[in-house]
Design a protein around this ligand. Sequence first.
Ligand code: TXA
Ligand code: MG
Length: 342
Amino acid sequence: QTLQLPVDDFVDNSENYTQAVDLLEKGEVVAFPTETVYGLGAVATDEKAVKKIFDAKGRPSDNPLIVHIGTAEEISLYTSYIPEVAKICMEAFWPGPLTIVMQAKPNVLAPSVTAGLDTVGIRMPNHPVALKLLQTLKAPLAAPSANRSGKPSPTKADHVFEDLQGIIPCILDGGMTGIGVESTVLDVTLDTPVILRPGGVTKEMLEAVIGPVVEPSIEQQKIESTPKAPGMKYTHYAPNAPVYLIDADKETIENALGQLKSEHKVALLAPESFKDIQADYYFSFGEAHNLEQMSATLYDALRACDKTDATIILATATTKSGVGTAIMNRLEKAAGGNWYTL
Ligand code: TXA
Ligand code: MG
């Protein structure tokens, strides 16, 4: 039985936090909201508890977990060396959607957290529920996204429930997350910092405070035989029906639908302004050109497709600047790089 405990600012939910903390202290896993996506947490120094995360998600054991902390100072407990660029980034972007990969302090965290690497990814989330949970628990939480492996990350407690009901004991329900795509992962162990996964903190934002940052394209990441972010080698975010990217242009979409309709049930994921186009299913990306709305609705829209009998999904592309980089990274993965060509 999976408990769903509401946590919001309007009522006193302290008992629900107490329950979640008790479970975590007993070595259980608990799902909780962050400003990016829901995480599935376990005390990061408890190997048995951390193993439960991998089991619940069906996650390969060589893919390391992010460690979440409730205060920035704690970072020195888990890292052996904090480069100057990391200090600047923490100052500028924490709490927030930036995971910083640094040298791990040996023998402190549960071995499964780092999956055998000598580095660890750490972030201080910017969500009142996540922060209150961490600060009450007074321990770090190892937490990947709270989805089954291969599903889009959860942006609502209901998504977590769909994937993990009966498998995990507790979900803290803090409503919809804000950003909707996972944190930026920045490796600062190299001379020039490398973005291993684009997210809410963009390359432009990072370069404004620490200078040049490398951001390999998906193609470049694939060519490297041993990806730096182990997560890169796994397929992600793919709904049941194949996804194709398409230009956000009315005529292009209408022509595509004209070709597909006789043989397919088509789900269209597109901005509000395209809602009158006659697809079998339509899910909104929010206002046209509003990247924040698009990232916030992306995973919910992809998940919604799985509840339909659509046999093909068309998703409109967007600019690759700002948060658009993270959005297109996730969409390109969902589409396996495929564009719909007329
Ligand atoms: O926004 C987020 O980051 C969410 C919330 C819950 O915080 N978490 C999340 O975790 O997306 P997960 O496990 O789904 O993705 C973590 C990514 C993986 O691609 C993993 O390979 C990479 O971070 N990663 C973790 N530790 C790493 C390390 N030491 N070196 C390189 N990559 C690492
Ligand atoms: Mg994930």
